[in-house]
Structures are given as C-alpha cells and as structure tokens.
Unconditional design. Sequence first.
Length: 343
Amino acid sequence: MTKRPNEKNERLKRRFLEYRKFARQLSDKTLDREIAALERFDVWNGRKEFARFHIEQAMGFRTHLEQSKTKTGRPLGKSTMRSVLATLREFILWLSQQDGFRSRIKAADADYFNLSRRDEAEARAAPPRPAPSINQAKRAFDLMPSATPQQKRDKAVFALLCLTGIRVAALVSLKIKHIDLQEQSVTQNPREVATKFGKVIDTFFAKGFDDAETALADWMTYCDEVALYGPDDPLFPATAIVAQSNSGFAANGFTRDHWKTTEPVRKIVRMAYEAAGVPNYGPHAFRHMLARHAVKNCKSVAELVAASQNLGHTDVLTTVRSYGQISRDEQRKYVTGKTSEED
C-alpha cells in the first residue's frame, strides 16, 4: 500500500517546479513529466524526507528503473530512464543549493542519477522514424474526394501537410490570414499559432506538389466566397454537430472555432492512407518525408539550411540527424556506389 504524501516533500516539489517553470522557463507539458518523475522516486523511496537523501537512494532507484516494466510488460526504454533520471538530477542539484540542505546534500550527489555511458548512448540514439515516400503521399492525396465542403477541408489539411510538414498543433491553430497563396507561404506567428517553443516560423511550399496547392486554394476560395469567412477565422474550422430527431447526431457544416485537439487531423491522415493502401504514418511523418527528400536532393549547404529553417529547426543538424535519416541500403549505395541488386 502506497504511503500518504509527505507534506515536507510536497512543499519542496512545489517550490522546485515553480523554479523550473519561472526561472528555467519550462513548458507545462515538460513540467507534467517532471512531476511524474519526482512522484515515481518519492513513492519508490517510501516517502522518506528529501532532507535524508543519500547517494545509495540514487543508485537504488537507477537499479529499480532498470528492472521496471511498462504496462505491456516490456523493459523501460533507455530514453525514458534518461528523462526520469535527468529530472531527479536537476532536483537534487537544486536541493543542494537551498537553505537548510547545503550541509546535508552536495551538488556532486546529483551525478549518481546518471545512466551508464552505454545506456546514455543508446538513449540518445535517434530511433528509426517511418515516413512515407513522396509518391505514397501523392497517391493518398490524389485518391481523397473533394465533392463536399467537408471533403474539401480534409483534402486541404492533407495538402498543407504535404506542402509544409507543419506541426499538427500549429496546423489546427492557423487562421486564414496566415496563408499567402501568392507568396506560397505560411506565417507561423507564435502569438496566434501554437508553434514549438513559441518560435516565429516562416514556411514556404515545397516544390512538386502543384495539385496540393490547387486543393488548398480551392478550399480557401470556398471559405471566402461561400462560407464568407474572414482573415481571422480558422483556416480549418471544426465540424458543426447537430442533434437529429431519430438518428442521434450528424455533421452540419462548420463552426467558426478551431479544432480543440489534433485528433481530427490524425483521423484525416489515417483515412487517406487507408484508402490508398498505405500504412498510417501519422501527421508528424510528413516532416520526416520532407527532411529526407531535402537531404537527398539539396545541391548546396544553403539549400539544406533553407529546408531546415522551413521546418522550424534552429539547428540544421536536427534536420539531418533526427529527420533526414538514411536507410542501410541507401548508406551502402552512397558509400560503395553499389545497390543490393548489383551483387
């Protein structure tokens, strides 16, 4: 049976999280993960007061994580372990600097929450990221219907993902005024668009998706001339649901509100790929698709930097390492000049 929370520990956790939020500028999403990590250690440690912390607890907790299982019975991933231990390391380092704890806890004690070098390397290794080919995305897009207003909207959603690889949270928060069809651009203003880390991102349409541009323009014409939407209305409004007397609920046009979650976009992408007989890669995979295309086809460093900026990456190495992964067969072809068929 889990012991009741220790009031002294809870106060320290609250102070630490306030420090992380206001001094270290962490997002609420990151803070939620840190709360979970602190609670995990606190429960494992039997709610003992943090003032009684000893490095043996850090070593024991690391062993505990190495032996822990997920809900599916698999061992914890090294990246998960690294994230949990990193939070505890930051917490103990912070605690060593607080009044009343300096004589009991040393800054070096936090180092005992590190993974082994081998596990650290495994945790940092970028996992394989499945992504569609350009032709697979085009095939799925071509098969999407556009007879009804809702179908026009859904096809425009898929089109914008092909053109820009925009993050799905940003996509659902876009307004009509953020799209410039003549300039072929999307202005992601963090004051109005949910960009990662609140960055200003200027994104331009990728080459080779003319039909996607046509579908996006067709939807925006409908918004302007038929739905009579203005520049500050959502680019992709939520579906209006009305009650039916005999059949429950049914879709009936659109609201003037943004989608509240990203799930509708995920459903649109999933259904498009299913109709094309292509695996469901998800909305984020469009970013990997465009990054890999750029890595293979950019003819200069400047082109690669431009493609990286287009995805909103601060560092071009993020594009290359985490997104522009090359398969084993491609690696072999580039290094040896031979393909597997030539053996």
